[in-house]
Design a protein around this ligand. Sequence first.
Ligand SMILES: NC(=O)C1=CN([C@@H]2O[C@H](COP(=O)(O)OP(=O)(O)OC[C@H]3O[C@@H](n4cnc5c(N)ncnc54)[C@H](OP(=O)(O)O)[C@@H]3O)[C@@H](O)[C@H]2O)C=CC1
Ligand SMILES: CC(C)CCC[C@@H](C)[C@H]1CC[C@H]2C3=C(CC[C@]12C)[C@@]1(C)CCC(=O)C[C@@H]1CC3
Length: 402
Amino acid sequence: MRKVVLVTGANSGVGHALCQRLLQEDDGLHLCLACRNPDRAEAARAALLASCPSAQITAVQVDVSDPRSVLRAAGELRRRFRRLDCVYLNAGIMPQPQLDVGALLSGLFSRRVVHMLCTAEGLLIQHDRVTADGLQEVFATNVFGHFLLVRELEPLLCDGDSPARLIWTSSRSAQKAKFSLQDFQHRSGQEPYSSSKYAMDLLSVALNRKLNQRGLYSSVACPGTMLTSMTYGILPAFVWTLLMPIIWLLRFLVNGFTLTPHNGAEVLPAEDARGAGQPAVRCPCWGHRLTEEENASRLLLISPQCVRQTGGSAKGQSLGVAHCTSTMQSTEPGGQVWLFRQRPESLDPLSKYLSTATGFGSTYVTAQKMDLDEDTAERFYHSLLELDTHVRATLQGTGAQS
Ligand SMILES: NC(=O)C1=CN([C@@H]2O[C@H](COP(=O)(O)OP(=O)(O)OC[C@H]3O[C@@H](n4cnc5c(N)ncnc54)[C@H](OP(=O)(O)O)[C@@H]3O)[C@@H](O)[C@H]2O)C=CC1
Ligand SMILES: CC(C)CCC[C@@H](C)[C@H]1CC[C@H]2C3=C(CC[C@]12C)[C@@]1(C)CCC(=O)C[C@@H]1CC3
C-alpha cells in the first residue's frame, strides 16, 4: 500500500521543496497537499506532477488559523484515508515583521553576533492580530490549528501496524524567554513568532509522552534561514540580493543560513527502508567527516582543524565557534533527506533537528537539546486541551462544527 504523507503549507517555500524532495526519494508516495488557497494548491500540484508524473498527489483545502476549517478538512481526510504515515505541520506565518536595524548593527560588532544571526534574538518584532474566533493569529496558525488537526487525525495516525510520524517545522528563533504559560497565545508581547515556535517544541515533547505508546512519534525540525515569502517580508528581495556576498562570508561563522528552501528541507524528509544506522559525524564548521578518534571524544565535537581556526578555544565559547556546541551530531551531507529516514524510535524526543549549512554551502543535519522541561510541556498540553474544549463549545454554540 502507498504511504500517505500530508504536508500543511505545501504550496510554497520549504513545504513545497520538501514535497519535491520526498517525491525524488519515493515516487510511490501518496502526497496530500494541505493548503489554504485551492488555486495555489493546484499550481503546486501541477508543478510537482511535472517533475514526477507517476506520483499520486491530491490536495485538501485548510486554513489552519480557522478551527472550523481544520475540523472540516480533518473530516474530509478521515473519509479519504484509512491511515496517514506522516504529517508535516509546516504552515506558518510571521505577520508584519519589523527589523531593528540599530540592534542589528550593534549586534554585528558584539560577542553575540553568531547567536544573533542564527536566532534573530533581539532583532525582530511582529504585529499580531486577533482572529474572528478571538485567538491570536500567530498562535492560531503556527500552533493551535495544527494541534486541532493532530487531535482530529489521531484515528488515522495511532494504533497502526507501523509507527506514524508528526514533523513540526519549528525554528532557531524558538525562545523560552518569549513564551509564558500564563499568556501562551502571546497576547501581550511583540514576539509572537518566537513564542509560537517555542510552544511548538513544548507540544512535540508532550505529544511524545502521550502518544508514543500508541505508535505516534513527533519530531521538531528547524530548516534554518531561507529566502522564502516569509523572509521577503522582513527585507525585500533586492536587499537580500545585495546582502548575499556578506552572507556567503558569514556562513563560515553562522551555520543557520541554509538560504534555499531545498537546503532548508534537508532535515525534514523522513524514514527510509535502509534504517537509521550510525550517522557519520561531521565537523560543524567545515562539514568534513571527523576521524574515529575525533568522533570518540563526542563531548568536544569539534575537529583539530577548527581548533586551529579558532586559536585553540575549542569549547564553542569564542566568537568563531559559538556554533560548535557539544550537543551537535551530524550525518552525511547530500544524504538527501534525514528525519523521514530515521526510525522514529531512534530519535531523541527532547532534541530538535536542524538543517545546517557549512561555510561552503553544503548542508547536513545537527541535533540540539531543546531548552525546556517536560513539566512545562505537560502543563502547556493541558492548557491546549482546555482551549480546544472551549473552542469546540463555541463552534457548537454557533452551529458551525461539522
Ligand atoms: N523562511 C525561513 O527562514 C524559516 C521558516 N521557518 C518555518 O517554515 C515554515 C514555512 O515557511 P516558509 O516556507 O519560510 O514561508 P512561506 O510563506 O513560503 O510558506 C508558508 C506556507 O504556510 C502557508 N500558510 C500560512 N498561513 C496559513 C493558514 N492559515 N492556513 C494554511 N496554510 C497557511 C502558506 O500558504 P499561502 O501560500 O496560502 O500563504 C504557505 O504555503 C513556517 O512554519 C516557518 O515558520 C522556520 C525557520 C526559518
Ligand atoms: C546577514 C546580515 C548582514 C543581514 C541580515 C539580517 C536579518 C534580516 C537576518 C539575521 C538573522 C535572520 C533570521 C531570520 C530572518 C532574517 C534575519 C533576521 C529568521 C527569523 C527567519 C525565520 C526563522 O524562523 C528564524 C530565522 C532566524 C534568523
